[in-house]
Design a protein around this ligand. Structure first.
Ligand code: FES
Ligand SMILES: [Fe+2]
Length: 366
């Protein structure tokens, strides 16, 4: 109890990055856990309902300020936020039709960021273009891609590809580490026993990557250690597994127990598959926000709605069971992966794959 209180009092900062430099130099990577880098990926910005038609909103990720605006056609667009005339923030501008007009001298830019009008000039003296970014609305949120054209849409969790899905935000939470560390814990085999008290023999494999998307399949065979293990194996049978999809270094989505049957019996009732998606947004101080979405196949009709609700509740129960313990490790953690053992192979692999991702224009200049 005393320890619990102590951890709750720890200042929630990323201060540990600046500590112990003489005796324990901070290991830095080109991309992984690097607070100067924003990868080319999808980032959740704000709930769709918060950006009304004909309104704009400016936000910052990494070194970049971006303006979002929703035009007359209800489509959301994203541009670099500073007006190329004298640099006013277009977030203060006025949306007109599907274009945005700067507040300061009323210059107007179209949906792609091209200068379309200077009020005191009948003819444009030059062509100007503001960098534009891809946007998408998914799971009730506006997402922006840190690049002009996204090579893939906002991902769906494994097993839901090609299906019509629905998702909703469960919670927004502050991680007191860089989000790559959270992502690594999704396939950190060792921590299942040490943190979640889940004793099993694990194996893992990676499916063929598509663009910057890597899917991991993790399989576990539970042994009989402890009450928790016995309860879980009574319910699921001895074998269980999940797939985790890592997208662009900003999103991890997990589908738990696809094809899992009650008590692991071939003719047992098919158990719901919770699909959870974490969309992460880095901050320059090394702390990230994580938006946790529950995603599922769209079910129609009354029975479909009941099924959706059951799935939703089942997902929350599972998350509540898994969540707590991971987050406790993060405050005052300074990620180092220097002395790894064979059980850490999946984490080492994730780091090496993350190092291959593309660095976006939103990163800080070194
Ligand atoms: S600063 Fe935008 S129009 Fe002048
Ligand atoms: Fe965990």
């Amino acid at each position: 109890m005393e320890i619990e209180r102590h951890w709750k009092r720890i200042p929630k900062t990323s201060e540990s990055r600046t500590e112990n430099h003489q005796s324990q130099p901070l290991q830095t990577y080109k991309i992984f856990n690097n607070t100067r880098i924003v990868t080319e990926a999808w980032y959740p910005i704000l709930p769709s309902r918060k950006l009304k038609k004909m309104k704009s909103h400016s936000f910052k990720i990494g070194a970049q300020r971006i303006v979002l605006f929703r035009g007359d056609d209800r489509v959301v667009r994203a541009l670099d936020a500073f007006c190329p005339h004298m640099g006013a923030d277009l977030g203060r501008g006025e949306v007109t039709g599907n274009e945005i007009r700067c507040y300061f001298h009323r210059w107007k830019y179209d949906a792609q960021g091209n200068l379309s009008e200077i009020p005191c000039k009948s003819k444009l003296p030059f062509n100007l273009k503001i960098q534009n970014y891809d946007t998408q609305e998914a799971y009730g949120f506006i997402w922006v891609y840190a690049g002009k054209k996204a090579p893939y849409p906002v991902p769906k969790p494994p097993g839901l590809e090609g299906l019509s899905v629905e998702g909703r935000l469960l919670i927004k939470t502050k991680l007191f580490v860089h989000h790559h560390v959270l992502m690594a814990s999704a396939i950190d085999i060792q921590h299942f026993a040490s943190v979640h008290n889940l004793h099993a023999d694990f194996s893992h494999e990676i499916e063929i990557p598509v663009e910057d998307n890597y899917t991991w399949k993790v399989m576990g065979k539970l042994n009989e250690n402890g009450v928790r293990n016995r309860i879980v194996s009574w319910f699921l049978g001895q074998q269980f597994g999940y797939r985790a999809l890592f997208s662009g270094g900003s999103i991890v989505s997990i589908s738990y127990g696809e094809n899992q049957r009650f008590r692991g019996r071939v003719n047992g009732m098919k158990l719901p598959t919770p699909h959870v998606l974490w969309g992460c947004v880095p901050h320059s101080d090394g702390v990230s926000d994580a938006y946790v979405f529950i995603v599922q196949k769209k079910n129609n009709g009354i029975w479909g709605e009941v099924k959706s609700k059951v799935n939703f509740v089942f997902s929350i129960v599972l998350l509540a069971w898994l969540k707590d313990d991971d987050v406790k490790a993060f405050p005052r953690m300074r990620f180092q992966a220097q002395n790894l053992i064979d059980l850490d192979a999946s984490v080492a692999k994730l780091i090496s794959l993350t190092e291959k991702l593309k660095v976006s224009l939103w990163s800080f200049k070194n």
